[in-house]
Design a protein. Structure first.
Ligand SMILES: [Zn+2]
Ligand SMILES: [Zn+2]
Length: 274
């Protein structure tokens, strides 16, 4: 079977990955399992509001300080070039995963003016809690989990409507990674309307939905909502933070995406399309 490109991989240049991964080893893994292409989409996140951002609070801090570090653009691009030389049979794309790009529009814009990236993923990891952005995983178990998913979808909708810097919407199902046992098994039908609204807006803007294999795998029904709402293309992303996870679960993901009505393009480097 022909596997699709892995459009969502982190390496040592992502602030939450550092020593856990290596771009070279990720390329080796991709070749070993027969991926045609990889995109190294490093995290771009911010702690403080910049002048051109769209803050959702009125203090300089956007979130509590943690381990977020700026992307070393020069080192990253040098590593991409080195890997392209070392692995001539593998197509290697540059990229970023922009966190809350609609809020950090200035910071993300600055970065995109310094260098061009082949893949720009848009991600929502955090929601406002007590005046600061907080990672969904920190509060999901302490609240009504379905209400958090509804909030998350509402913010995704704002992100799609107010930011055009990203091409691919990453892990639309991010809260499921932290699904609390106390909430019982996840019932997607409870949040179908909210997801359809997100998918409709994304489809109307001509962008791409990611199936993320680090999250619990999306169902064919959920990917079918994307198809129904006019979604044109699907991107496969492992969201690997270690080399071993590059292309992980892609065979299962291919089955899900195919069952939802999408097909590989003639160009094996392309997204899958309807
Ligand atoms: Zn992410
Ligand atoms: Zn990621």
């Amino acid at each position: 079977m022909m596997l699709p490109p892995d459009n969502h991989i982190h390496t040592q240049f992502s602030w939450d990955t550092r020593t856990r991964s290596s771009m070279i080893r990720a390329c080796e893994q991709a070749e070993q399992i027969g991926l045609p292409a990889v995109a190294f989409t490093e995290h771009v996140d911010f702690i403080q509001w910049g002048a051109q951002d769209k803050p959702m609070n009125d203090v300089p801090e956007a979130r509590a300080p943690g381990s977020i570090q700026p992307l070393d653009v020069e080192g990253y691009l040098a590593s991409i070039l080195e890997c392209r030389e070392r692995f001539p049979d593998l197509r290697i794309w540059s990229g970023i995963e922009a966190g809350e790009p609609h809020l950090f529009s200035g910071g993300v814009g600055d970065l995109l003016s310094q260098a061009s990236f082949d893949r720009v993923l848009g991600s929502l990891h955090s929601l406002p809690r007590e005046g600061l952005l907080v990672g969904v995983g920190w509060f999901l178990s302490g609240e009504n989990a379905y209400d958090v998913v509804r909030d998350y979808c509402a913010e995704l909708l704002r992100m799609i409507e107010t930011s055009d810097v990203f091409e691919v919407l990453a892990h639309f199902d991010y809260p499921r990674r932290y699904w609390p046992r106390s909430a019982g098994p996840y019932e997607e039908a409870k949040v179908e309307a909210e997801h359809r609204a997100v998918f409709r807006a994304l489809a109307d803007s001509g962008r791409v939905l990611e199936i993320n294999t680090a999250s619990p795998l999306a169902s064919a029904a959920a990917m079918g909502w994307w198809y129904d709402e006019g979604g044109g293309a699907v991107s496969f992303g492992s969201d690997a933070h270690t080399p071993q996870r590059v292309g992980d679960c892609f065979e299962e993901a291919v089955d899900v995406v195919e069952a939802a009505g999408f097909r590989p393009s003639k160009d094996r480097y392309d997204f899958w399309r309807r």
